[in-house]
Write a protein that binds this ligand. Structure first.
Ligand SMILES: Cc1ncc(COP(=O)(O)O)c(C=O)c1O
Length: 362
């Protein structure tokens, strides 16, 4: 639908400056113009990941990035713990199982955050090689305290792998400072660009593990991809999604010009504005407020409503698209994404649309 406002957890809205770039003739990926652009992108990404390590660009969605990390650093039967708080935690567990890891799911329940004491107990007694965890659980609107989680894992020498698909560039994450070994994100959420790319970065320790990894990989071979990034004329092993690379190059430049600290501050304001509005409407948030995400808000749908009716009302009458629940929460919640490119006008329209939907449909 034309002119629709995407208040979803991704793809998110793409600013006009970035859309213009997307509409340009794609560069050829074996030319100096591309090398210069890719080099600028890699530099921007390192600043956003807050790492001195290389950031690898993969032509895939975020899930491909998660799979690439698993396939490249582990070997068959490696014992890993997956701390899950929802749909995407379970996806990480599924990927680990699919690759033959000895994966254990530590389920904290949908709508909760990782309990640090429980995690500490588990890691202290379990002899795990790695911990896989979601930073911002998009299915429930909960943000995990990854800084503390990484601290605990590091205390026990456990490698920390973070799915930051819906968080990087929106809320603080300091890969090197917090001692994280792998961070994964994508183009279509906080980075304000169209879908098509995943980005991953590995610590020195994770690259060491990659040397002995025996799992099958070809397209997602991170060692090969890193060689491409390190060339004086950096490139990718196969044809990348050039238009999306051009777009992310522009959007990350915009993000850095605004300043990450400024973006983080703005997200805190958006998060509390949405939550306060929801409470004033008499609706209930899914998670406790202390763990609620500033990037996406999950709202319980009261018995008298149908989630799909609210979503359709907002779409048809206001051209605002929000989403429903996934997995266990299908039909039980609605979710408003407020990450990436967002203006006060878009947010106000969304909240007005929600109020009218709730008033009209009751
Ligand atoms: C936290 C999280 N992890 C992973 C994914 C999967 O990303 P993609 O749909 O780009 O494969 C998503 C997508 O919404 C997500 O929010």
């Amino acid at each position: 639908m034309k002119d629709i406002i995407l208040m979803t957890p991704g793809p998110t809205m793409v600013p006009e400056e970035v859309r213009k770039v997307t509409g340009m003739q794609p560069l050829h990926h074996r030319t100096p113009d591309f090398y210069a652009l890719f080099s600028r992108l890699n530099n921007n990404l390192k600043q956003i990941f807050k790492t001195k390590n290389e950031v690898i660009t993969l032509t895939s969605s975020g899930t491909g990035g998660m799979e690439a990390v698993v396939a490249n650093i582990f070997s068959t039967g490696d014992k890993v713990l997956v701390a899950s708080i929802g749909y995407f935690g379970e996806r990480f567990y599924d990927i680990a199982k699919a690759y033959g890891l000895d994966a254990e799911l530590l389920d904290f329940g949908w709508g909760n955050a990782v309990d640090l004491n429980v995690l500490e107990d588990k890691l202290g007694n379990g002899n795990y090689k790695a911990l896989l965890v979601t930073h911002n659980e998009t299915s429930t609107g909960v943000t995990n305290n990854v800084k503390e989680i990484a601290k605990i894992a590091n205390r026990y020498g456990v490698v920390v792998i973070v799915d930051a698909v819906s968080s990087l560039g929106g809320i603080p994450l300091e890969m090197d400072e917090w001692g994280i070994d792998a961070v994964i994100t994508c183009s279509q959420k906080c980075l304000m660009a169209p879908p098509g790319l995943a980005f991953v970065s590995l610590s020195e320790r994770a690259w060491q593990m990659a040397k002995t990894s025996n799992l099958p990989k070809y397209y997602f071979n991170l060692k090969k991809a890193k060689e491409g990034v390190l060339k004086s004329n950096p490139d990718t092993p196969a044809t990348p999604a050039v238009s999306t690379i051009m777009a992310v190059s522009k959007s990350t430049e915009m993000l850095l010009n605004t300043g990450l600290e400024e973006v983080y501050k703005r997200q805190v304001l958006y998060g509390s504005k949405v939550r306060n509005y929801i409470k004033d409407l008499g609706l209930e948030l899914l998670p406790r407020e202390e763990i609620a995400s500033n990037l996406i808000t999950a709202i319980k749908v009261p018995e008298k409503y149908k989630a799909s009716d609210i979503i359709n009302y907002m779409k048809e009458n206001y051209k605002v698209l929000i989403t429903g629940g996934q997995g266990l929460l299908k039909g039980k919640i609605i979710r408003i994404g407020h990450m990436g490119y967002l203006t006060d006008e878009m947010l106000d329209k969304t909240l007005t649309a929600l109020k009218e939907a709730v008033d009209t449909l009751k």
